[in-house]
Design a binder for this molecule. Structure first.
Ligand SMILES: *[C@@H]1O[C@H](CO)[C@@H](O)[C@H](O)[C@H]1NC(C)=O
Ligand SMILES: *[C@@H]1O[C@H](CO)[C@@H](O)[C@H](O)[C@H]1NC(C)=O
Length: 272
């Protein structure tokens, strides 16, 4: 039996996801000046709310006790992940506003309006690899690129309808496709997670074959419902906003129809 979730977990284990986090250690090589990157210091509730609202994904270290090991690990992670906005907060009013009861790393994301917490129970068990893994798994964006890390986060989201765009990142048309796709993603906030599958990545062939697509049919869209694995595909010659929206709406309506499978009943009642 082919099963997408099984697939995902297989891929996760094959890729040794539990080791990947440590790969972050040397990714900050692009800067010119060797200035240390620091988290934004958050000192009041409005400033913290603005920081969260200002990014697709924002990560805040809420620390009641700043002497603990996790604080220095957190600061190292901030230096090594230049693509993620980080804040740090020790202000007791802000901590209580966000219901913090122990040192916690919180990730806030827009795409499904979700806050994901990593509460630190045992400081000795926390290292940069664990912290990085928490961020990499949960950093779902308007358009999330599919990989073994994000696959876990995608399946943990309460949003069960996923849309996949199969596109080759090295194609000259890719940027325009992604711009359209992203625009559609914003319109489906909280209803559909938009995923990019880069078909120039060899490992992603498995995802392609799961949807019974061949490379000659690409680019293509695939809709997927995690609860029952229902799927639908649409090969495209051109990625347009209307086609994305129509395809998504049709799939959503189909799923909604199955959840409330008796439209006749409603009609009947209205006639009474
Ligand atoms: C990080 O990169 C630098 C320069 O590219 C290299 O000298 C250093 O050994 C690397 N450190 C680790 C931990 O891989
Ligand atoms: C804190 O918890 C209360 C009670 O559960 C909840 O109503 C409130 O929204 C929470 N605050 C935040 C910022 O999540």
């Amino acid at each position: 039996m082919e099963n997408f979730i099984l697939h995902i977990f297989l891929i996760v284990f094959l890729s040794g996801v539990f080791l990947l986090g440590s790969g972050e250690k040397n990714s900050s090589s692009e800067g010119t000046a060797k200035e240390e990157r620091k988290p934004v210091l958050l000192e009041d509730v409005p400033g913290t709310a603005a920081f969260i609202d200002g990014a697709e994904v924002a990560v805040i270290g809420f620390f009641q006790d700043s002497e603990k090991n996790e604080v220095s690990e957190f600061l190292t992670m901030v230096e090594n992940m230049p693509d993620v906005p980080f804040g740090i907060c020790t202000n007791s009013q802000v901590l209580s506003h966000y219901n913090i009861t122990r040192n916690t790393i919180s990730l806030f994301r827009m795409v499904d309006n979700k806050r994901q917490d990593l509460e630190i129970e045992d400081s000795n068990k926390i290292d940069i690899a664990k912290l990085s893994r928490f961020v990499r798994m949960n950093e779902l964006r308007w358009v999330t690129e599919y990989n073994p890390m994000t696959a876990v986060g995608l399946f943990n989201s309460a949003v069960q309808t996923h849309l996949l765009l199969f596109s080759d990142k090295t194609s000259p048309l890719h940027t325009e496709r992604i711009n359209k796709y992203r625009e559609a993603a914003v319109a489906f906030q909280g209803k559909v997670l938009f995923i990019l599958v880069d078909i120039s990545v060899k490992d992603n062939d498995r995802v392609l074959s799961y949807f019974h697509l061949t490379k000659s049919q690409l680019p293509a869209l695939a809709a997927y419902y995690t609860a029952d694995e229902e799927q639908d595909v649409l090969p495209l010659d051109e990625v347009s906003l209307d086609r994305i929206k129509d395809f998504c709406n049709a799939f959503l309506e189909r799923k909604e129809g199955k959840k409330n499978p008796k439209p006749e009943d409603k009609l009947f009642r209205e006639e009474l």
